[in-house]
Write a protein that binds this ligand. Structure first.
Ligand code: TXA
Ligand code: MG
Length: 320
């Protein structure tokens, strides 16, 4: 076995294999015009959790969901006139729009990192488009590198960073742009540029009018800048070994104390990937009026546990 035997030239057979892996909840690295993405079925919480696991991400940043066409965004997000104008002008292409999740949005809450928005992009690369069409699912895909490493612009970069953490790397040659997509947030009154990229501020302003910069208050919406960005309405009580009758219990592992008003278990078997997949959905479900708090059992700090605990600590942080 050579070091790079998970790289395959992206021919018809490899695309078919990639689509099969993705539909089964697996990971595939694929080329886009910006950088290589580490893709998973964006409607599958467990598959999305596997992305964070493979990247070794210490926290759950929200992910960009990739679509084959702009029309595929219907029913996933709320498209206003500004979004439609940008889609017409810049999709397919290196532009990501952060939009309000639609009612009944099929996208994983983990891909949104618990936010009520979702980032979408229609990549302008024929292999990415072909993969999206064949898979028939929206694909969540951050850059295909370990956390903290540089974004990969070739299949070899992906293999060097992720190794056998990804079963298949589709080789489409070097990326044309080599720089991650522009991210614009359209959830507020005024659009905000969250990440500069190949679609320039000037180009966006020509389509939309003035845009708030990343130094403005609007850009505080960019996750990671806030100590508490997804917080349930109920206070969180961490490291709980028991829960009272007016508390909801977010449990982990096989041994769950009785006595809570309501209990949801992140993973009865103590599996951290499963726990990550369930985290935001369970927090939303337990966040009910009438209760005093959500008590959270201890989660080990190893592997994805660090990311889970990071989010829990943020959700428990004093509210500003
Ligand atoms: O070019 C690209 O965008 C590549 C290729 C693979 O498409 N993807 C990429 O993904 O760079 P990633 O995960 O490395 O960067 C996603 C960026 C992050 O800065 C994240 O905070 C932001 O998009 N983002 C994603 N969802 C968001 C949301 N709901 N609200 C605000 N920002 C969001
Ligand atoms: Mg990245």
């Amino acid at each position: 076995m050579t070091a790079f035997d998970n790289i395959r030239l992206a021919d018809d057979a490899a695309l078919e294999e990639a689509a099969r892996i993705l539909r089964a909840g697996g990971l595939v690295a694929f080329p886009t015009e910006t950088v290589y993405g580490l893709g998973a079925d964006a409607t599958d919480d467990l598959a999305v959790a596997a992305i964070f696991e493979a990247k070794g991400r210490p926290r759950f940043n929200p992910l960009i969901v990739h679509l084959p066409t702009a029309a595929a965004a219907e029913g996933i997000v709320v498209l206003d006139n500004r979004a439609r104008a940008l889609a017409r002008d810049f999709w397919p292409g290196p532009l990501t729009m952060v939009l309000q999740r639609a009612e009944g949005c099929p996208g994983s809450l983990l891909a949104s990192a618990g936010l009520d928005s979702l980032a979408l992009r229609v990549p302008g690369h024929p292999l990415a488009e072909a993969l999206l069409r064949r898979t028939g699912r929206p694909l969540a895909a951050p850059s295909a590198n370990r956390a903290g490493a540089l974004s990969p612009t070739s299949a070899q970069h992906v293999a060097a960073s992720l190794g056998d953490r990804v079963p298949l790397i589709l080789d489409g040659g070097p990326c044309l742009l080599g720089l991650e997509s522009t991210v614009v947030d359209l959830t507020g009154q005024r659009p905000a540029l969250l990440r500069p990229g190949a679609v320039t501020r000037e180009a966006l302003e020509a389509a939309l009018g003035p845009i708030a910069g990343s130094d403005s208050a609007a850009a505080i919406k960019s996750p990671g800048q806030l100590s508490s960005h997804y917080a349930p309405a109920l206070p969180l009580r961490l490291e709980a070994s028991a829960a009272g009758p007016r508390e909801a219990l977010l449990a982990f592992g096989p041994e769950v104390p009785a006595g809570a008003a309501e209990t949801l278990n992140l993973s009865p078997s103590g599996d951290l990937t499963e726990a990550a997949a369930n985290l935001f959905a369970h927090l939303h479900a337990l966040d009910r009026p009438g209760l005093a708090a959500i008590a959270v059992m201890p989660i080990p700090e190893s592997g994805l546990g660090a990311a889970i605990n990071d989010r829990l600590r943020r959700a428990a942080a004093p509210r500003g």
